[in-house]
Structures are given as C-alpha cells and as structure tokens.
Write a protein that binds this ligand. Structure first.
Ligand SMILES: Cc1ncc(COP(=O)(O)O)c(C=O)c1O
Length: 288
C-alpha cells in the first residue's frame, strides 16, 4: 500500500487529498446517490458482474443516468494504483450521485452529470482463532425506509443501529421490522434450524446481498437445505446457529444474541462448513 491512496473522481485518478466534491453535490445534501462495495481477493474483484448489475438496478431505481460500462476498468485500476494487486483481501467502493445543483428536492430541471467517486482499501479478515470464538449481536428496531433493496448512500438508520451495537459492546446489530429479524446494518442475516440455512426472502426489506446469493448457491451445491423465509425474532432466539454474510464480513458466526447464547454458544458446524467452502472459493487461507 502506498502512503497516500489514489482515488477515482469523475474520470480521473488523483491522490485522495486532492479529490474535491462541491458542497452542492446532491450526494452531500440529500444522500441522493447509490454505492457499491466489491471484494477483491489477491487483486481480483470477486463476483464483480453481480455487483455491477445491482448498481445498475439502483441507478435505474433512482433514475440516475449513468452507464456502468467503465466500472470494471475503474476497479482494476484502483486496485493497481493502490498496490493491492497482491493483497489477500481488499475491496473497492464506488458511488454515483445525481450530481451538483442548487438545493431543491426534485431532480435538477437541466440534467447535470452524475458525480462518480471510487476508492480501494485493504480489508481485514480476523485470524481464524478469533473467528472460532464467534461474535455477539443485539436486536435493534429497523427504522430504514421501505426500499432498502436499493443500495443508497443515505445510511443514517444503519449508522444509528450499528452505534447501538457498539454502545452495547457487540459487533453486530440485527434489524427487526414487524417482529421479523431481517438483516444486519451491512450484512445479511442467516439462521440454521435443523440443518437448514434460513434467511429473509429477497424483498424490498433487505439488501439483496451478493454474498447472500453466493452463500445460498454454495449451500445448495453442498447439499445443505436452504429456506428463504421471514424469521420471527422469537424463532431466531431458538436457532441452532446464526451468522452474517457480506462483502467485508464474509461469513461471521454469531454465538450470542441480546446477551443469550445461540444454540450451544459455540460456532456451529453448518456455519463452519460454509466458511471453509467460502475460503476455498475465494482462494483464502483464513488469515489475511
Ligand atoms: C444492509 C446491508 N445488507 C447486506 C449487505 C451485504 O451485501 P453484499 O454481500 O453484497 O456485500 C450490505 C452490504 O453493504 C448491506 O449494507
């Protein structure tokens, strides 16, 4: 990693300290923007086509006029410029805002070019010994809007929920809406009941995580039963295993929810099997 990172802004690769966005950018004023974060293993973006398809869907949902055609090259170059080509695990973040215009809620009358920003960063995978201890989570009311399947940068409800977890001294928050345990603040939630991997259906109440989809595919391939259905929070408390999945979380075992042990209180066999498979599929050793 070089001393100062190189970021992408509107067609240029510049040192981070030189990147400037005007104060009237609608991403700054309204969170009127979508983003994407893609993992890279040894410098190779993982499932990039799926991430870019989701970004395209988000742009269409927000009616932001931007084609993602240049994105693979932007990702490749951000990794290279930042010396991450050999990094075991890193990620690339990109965001596209509606652009710069005097503040007004409706879209600018005259279309303005979108603002496109990106950076690459090393990611941290905890040592396997830490992973084996498992992690703790608390349940938090889900106060987000009704289209969380769109990956918007307006994340204040996620920020407050993650802070509630931090205040409680745990790693993760489980967002609960109408009595259903939906997902985390930046990762999808899974529970194992009688050997079946269970997770919320891909509705507008969860982000359709790329890792989530991959884990479900791999589970099916491994002959592990899969059940996509809403999980009442009382049922979650009776789960044999709980884990999160996401780009930066990878697969993270939860051994305690709201101060009570999940199952035996230890990382379970289904979670471990899926994580071992995930490490194999991503070429990882389990240590960064
Ligand atoms: C709310 C939420 N759920 C789930 C995820 C996991 O999605 P992915 O696996 O595509 O990273 C994220 C990722 O940022 C997220 O913000």
């Amino acid at each position: 990693m070089k001393n100062e990172s190189i970021v992408y802004l509107n067609g240029e690769f510049v040192p981070k300290s030189e990147a400037r966005v005007p104060v009237e950018d609608r991403g700054f004023l309204f969170g009127d923007a979508v983003y994407e974060a893609t993992p890279a293993y040894r410098g190779e973006p993982f499932l990039l086509d799926r991430h870019l398809a989701r970004l395209s869907r988000g742009l269409a949902a927000l009616r932001i006029d931007y084609e993602v055609g240049a994105m693979p090259e932007i990702h490749r170059r951000l990794i290279a410029e930042n010396g991450l080509g050999g990094a075991p695990f890193s990620f690339v973040y990109v965001q596209v805002t509606r652009g710069v215009a005097p503040r007004g809620h409706a879209f600018p009358r005259e279309p303005v070019p979108p603002t496109v920003y990106g950076f690459a960063s090393p990611a941290v995978r905890p040592p396997r010994s830490r992973w084996e201890e498992g992690y703790a989570a608390v349940t938090v009311p889900d106060r987000r809007w009704g289209r969380v399947d769109v990956k918007v940068t307006s994340l204040v409800a996620n920020v407050l929920a993650q802070q509630a977890a931090a205040d409680a001294g745990v790693e993760d928050a489980i967002l609960v809406r109408d009595g259903m345990a939906l997902e985390g603040t930046h990762n999808n939630l899974f529970a194992v009941f009688d050997g079946a991997v269970t997770t919320s259906p891909a509705s507008n109440y969860i982000l359709h995580g790329i890792t989530r989809g991959f884990v479900l595919e791999r589970a099916e391939g491994l002959g592990i039963p899969v059940d996509e259905r809403a999980i009442p929070v009382e049922e979650l408390r009776e789960a044999d295993e709980v884990f999160f999945a996401g780009t930066t979380s990878e697969i993270r075992p939860t051994v305690e929810v709201d101060g009570r042990p999940v199952g035996t209180g230890r990382v379970g066999p289904v979670t471990r099997r899926l994580f071992d498979d995930f490490l194999e599929m991503t070429g990882g050793s389990g240590e960064s």
